[in-house]
Design a protein around this ligand. Structure first.
Ligand code: PMP
Length: 406
């Protein structure tokens, strides 16, 4: 069956917008995906007609909200092939990684232990580990990444020692688009007795994720990058690991019995969901997942990869454009610099042509440092992106060159 791009685009109201009187060309999906009508309707309908707090209410509306909220958890568990007891709702990927760092890390990391990451991490998969390492006297070891090659799992294997406790890495780099060999890296972690933590933010949006097949201990992602709302994220954790973890945040909903001086706690996942959760956001993420399942996540991923290859051909044909991240199997994003202009100038100028891209360090300063870059411009795609978007980007970059006199 053909990928019906026009039908998909028609479901995203924002794509009808004009920016500076030009049709919007949205090439910033890695920062945040736009939302289909189905998700927007779910947010509106749930706040309008089915809204109440969850779990403790005995009235109809609360029962309905609870059933919808827990229903979303079930949908997500089916989507990534695990038990719903292994899905913890968080406010996003950042909160999910902090949860693992503070709960698992503080309990299990000791002085001299080693945490392996890569130089291509988003800051969300660096700083939480630093905070724990600094408290415990542990060490962060960073694996090198060659921006021109697919990542070889052997690089991590060589860094493993008997002190390795955590191996944390991205599923897909948000700057390079490099796809990491998740299954092999999780196997390496398992063999050395470490836990694997996969930052799945840029991976889950491009294809099927089966956490059981991948063998990961933790896998996390943010709802807003998967066509859902902001304020909601998911931490998958193997149940036997979650079960041994102490709470991270304390408060309502995460307890069993509370006395003045001590408390007992709920079983996972509620142990890690203190306070009123992002109820409607979780339900709307469930709708977003229905949408990607109906549209077929693997077909979306294939389409995006085709668009990225086309984009690479357009950008490499423009003299003075240098692409950062050329691994053969890359997906999702194209980062680049231009000889004639700073990335902030590029992004500002092409915005006037209706083209939305991101410019900066992309929360990946160690990666930028490793290659003596201050910033790049990044074009990134979603289900609704097209080759024509890159034609427009190419035209807009030619205007940038003209403005800078080249
Ligand atoms: N990891 C990666 C690879 C990302 O791209 C992002 C978002 N830019 C994050 C983590 C953090 O996600 P959030 O800000 O939604 O918590």
């Amino acid at each position: 069956m053909q990928y019906d791009l026009e039908k998909i685009k028609a479901q995203f109201p924002v794509l009808n917008r004009k920016i500076w009187d030009k049709p919007l060309i949205y090439l910033d999906s890695a920062a945040s995906m736009q939302k289909p009508q189905k998700v927007l309707d779910a947010i509106n309908n749930n706040y309008s007609f089915s809204y109440s707090n969850v779990h403790r209410g005995l009235h109809k509306l609360s029962e309905e909200a609870t059933s919808n909220y827990e229903g979303a958890r079930l949908k997500i568990s089916k989507f990534i092939n695990c038990s719903e007891k292994e899905i913890v709702f968080t406010s996003g990927a950042t909160a999910a990684i902090n949860l693992v760092a503070y709960s698992w890390g503080l309990k299990n990391i000791s002085a001299g232990d080693e945490i392996i990451i890569t130089i291509a991490e988003h800051h969300a998969n660096i700083v939480p580990w630093q905070l724990i390492a600094q408290q415990k006297g542990a060490k962060i070891i960073a694996a090198q990444v060659n921006p021109e090659e697919d990542f070889d799992a052997e690089i991590i294997k060589k860094l493993v020692t008997d002190k390795t406790k955590i191996i944390a890495f991205p599923h897909v780099s948000n700057v390079l688009g490099t796809v990491f060999p998740v299954k092999e890296l999780c196997k390496i972690a398992k063999e050395c007795g470490a836990i694997s933590v996969v930052d799945g933010c840029q991976g889950i949006i491009h294809g099927t994720v089966d956490v059981k097949k991948l063998g990961c201990d933790f896998y996390c992602f943010s709802g807003h990058k998967l066509y859902g709302p902001t304020g909601i994220g998911v931490l998958y954790g193997k149940y036997e690991i979650l079960e041994e973890m102490p709470p991270f945040l304390g408060g309502g909903d995460m307890i069993d019995i509370v006395k003045i001086n001590q408390s007992t706690y709920a079983d996972p996942p509620l142990r890690f969901e203190a306070g009123t959760p992002p109820i409607v956001e979780a339900i709307a993420l469930g709708e977003a997942i229905d949408w990607v399942v109906e549209t077929d996540i693997d077909r979306i991923g294939k389409h995006e990869k085709n668009v990225i290859s086309y984009g690479m051909s357009i950008l490499t044909s423009i003299q003075g454009v240098n692409i950062f991240g050329t691994a053969p199997n890359k997906t999702g994003v194209i980062s680049f610099t231009m000889d004639c202009a700073h990335s902030h100038d590029i992004a500002t100028i092409i915005d006037r042509e209706g083209v939305a891209v991101r410019a900066g360090h992309h929360c990946a300063q160690p990666l930028m440092d490793a290659f003596n870059l201050v910033s790049t411009t990044r074009a990134s795609v979603g289900a609704y992106s097209s080759n024509q978007d890159f034609d427009k980007l190419g035209e807009a970059l030619t205007k940038v060159k003209k403005i800078f006199g080249v």
